[in-house]
Design a protein around this ligand. Structure first.
Ligand SMILES: NC(=O)C1=CN([C@@H]2O[C@H](COP(=O)(O)OP(=O)(O)OC[C@H]3O[C@@H](n4cnc5c(N)ncnc54)[C@H](O)[C@@H]3O)[C@@H](O)[C@H]2O)C=CC1
Ligand SMILES: O=C(O)CCC(=O)C(=O)O
Length: 488
């Protein structure tokens, strides 16, 4: 595996050129497992750089939209091939930049490649319907047109998959892109954009500008030449983006937080439920919007479930994510570490029982990173902060329930509605869960995380702007429908 010895500076990508920010300022992107290790320097751009990127995207959109869907799809195939050639390098960069384990990072990069190929194929599929007109001599049909320039604002937790599941459909449906990745993972983002450059994407079709959310992100929201904004991240920022976009009439799509429940009934396969709770709750150090956070267990099997869960959680090996022995890496940043530790403190202060974990890990080399123990609470009451707010860390709250009805009421008693799982063998319980649970992703005998790229993805309530990403659902955001009536 390659080891980079020189710290490289990564540039903005505007109109097909790699360029420095007009500020001449860069900032280091660091390894959260070893905070003294700089993965790369990234540009700290200004509004001026954003304006250039938007102008390039605006210019490029005329030619790009004129290409056929299959021709645009061909570019996506080429980008996928370029990424496949560099899969180890991109995955290693992701691991070093945000701390998910190397196998997870490689899996995510492979998923990015598969998403590109899926949307490349979408370039050949139908974009409209023929609808019978009341005029027997008329032809009525729908077709779709691109929005124009799309602003893509992404978080650090899936630094390859999320940008690609936004950019690939944007491109294949004829839009051009201004991409603002999270600054924490801007080196990984730059490598994805390098693949686009290698694939020969025409100048200006994708532009990347790195910098702060308040300058570049907000700049995208306010820019009159950006026609659509797609965002994944926190609820607070998502709401601001939605309001800003609405105010100037731009289309927007928001994917935000989750507080995802798992329900374990007394007839469940407990081994399966335990493994899925651990995988769903603690992989990627709990930093997924689909991560399991609350675990409702029927009282008759509660003690057994708890014992089995704790036995396995205690075996989790925490460490540097490039170490093949490591199961759980660091949190992605010092800020994320402080947030998670403050939620753990709040859980204790509000009276939950800390069953396991809860500490920052600082032994030997771990002190140089942002490591926490996998953490399990019990006696968590529904109104406690750790039962209501998204933690985005490796923290599970166990809650004892007597019946499925009670579990459903409590599971729904949060502002979010992204993903939810149940473990049971009873078809009636499964159907009640499918009908009653307030979640966009409903999972039976499967962990709460585990999104498939060909299916719609998104949440109910405060988890999203009620739109769906991925699969064929993506066309709804990235295009506008024209209803056409023709009479000769
Ligand atoms: N739903 C999800 O997948 C994610 C949820 N989160 C949640 O958000 C919390 C905070 O994480 P952050 O990285 O600070 O998320 P964030 O929402 O601040 O950042 C997400 C993206 O939005 C940009 N941004 C920030 N302020 C902006 C603004 N005013 N206008 C436009 N864009 C802006 C950021 O630069 C980044 O690219 C986490 O603890 C977690 O709870 C974070 C990342 C992903
Ligand atoms: O679980 C997944 O694969 C996707 C999760 C996600 O979209 C997120 O955490 O932002």
């Amino acid at each position: 595996m390659s080891v980079e010895t020189m710290v490289k500076t990564y540039l903005n990508y505007i109109d097909g050129e790699w360029v420095s920010a007009s500020t001449n300022e860069v900032e280091p992107s660091i390894n959260p497992a070893k905070k003294y290790e700089i993965v790369g320097y990234v540009q700290k751009s200004s509004k001026k750089d954003l304006d250039k990127a938007v102008a390039a995207a605006k210019k490029a959109k005329q030619q790009w939209r004129k290409l056929s869907g299959p021709a645009r799809g061909e570019y996506l195939f080429k980008i996928a091939n370029a990424m496949e050639r560099r899969i180890d390098e991109i995955a290693e960069t992701m691991t070093r930049e945000m701390g998910k384990t190397f196998p997870e990072a490689k899996g995510e990069t492979a998923r990015g490649i598969a998403i590109l190929r899926y949307y490349a194929g979408e370039g050949m599929r139908k974009v409209g319907d023929v609808i019978p007109s009341t005029d027997s001599e008329g032809l009525m049909f729908t077709t779709r047109v691109p929005l124009g320039v799309v602003g893509v604002i992404t978080p650090w937790n899936f630094p390859v998959a999320i940008p690609i599941w936004k950019m690939a459909p944007a491109l294949v449906f004829g839009n051009t892109v201004v991409f603002k990745p999270a600054q924490e993972t801007a080196v990984t983002a730059a490598k994805v954009v390098e693949c686009m450059d290698e694939a020969g994407l025409p100048s200006g079709v994708v532009n990347m500008v790195t910098g702060s959310g308040s300058v570049i992100g907000q700049g995208i929201v306010d820019h009159p030449d950006i026609n659509g904004i797609t965002f994944t991240g926190s609820n607070q920022v998502g709401k601001q983006i939605g309001q800003g976009a609405l105010a100037r009439g731009a289309k927007y799509q928001l994917e935000m937080g989750g507080k995802n429940p798992v329900i374990v009934l007394e007839d469940a396969d407990l081994d399966l439920a335990v493994d899925a709770t651990i995988s769903g709750g603690l992989r990627s150090t709990g930093q997924k919007c689909t991560a399991t956070s609350r675990v409702f267990v029927q009282s008759t099997v509660y003690d057994q479930f708890k014992e089995n869960l704790l036995a396995k959680v205690k075996q989790i090996k925490v460490g540097d994510s490039m170490d093949p022995e490591t199961w759980m890496g660091p949190l992605a940043s010092e800020k994320q570490l402080q947030t998670v530790l403050s939620y753990i403190r709040k859980g204790i202060e509000e009276g939950a029982t800390l069953l396991y974990g809860g500490r920052r890990l600082e032994e030997r080399e771990l002190k140089n990173g942002f490591f926490v123990e996998p953490t399990v609470f019990e006696n968590v009451s529904p109104k406690m902060t750790i039962a209501q707010e998204e933690i985005f860390g490796p923290v599970l709250a166990l809650i004892k329930v007597d019946t499925l009805e009670e579990a459903l009421i409590l599971a729904n008693d949060v502002q979010y509605g992204l993903s939810a799982s149940i473990f049971t063998k009873d078809i009636g319980s499964m159907l009640s869960f499918i009908n009653e649970i307030e979640a966009g992703l409903v999972r039976i005998n499967a962990e709460s995380a585990g999104v498939e790229l060909q299916a719609p993805f998104g949440g109910m309530k405060q988890s999203s702007s009620h739109s769906r990403e991925q699969g064929q659902a993506a066309i709804e955001f990235f295009t506008a429908i024209k209803t056409v009536f023709v009479k000769a």
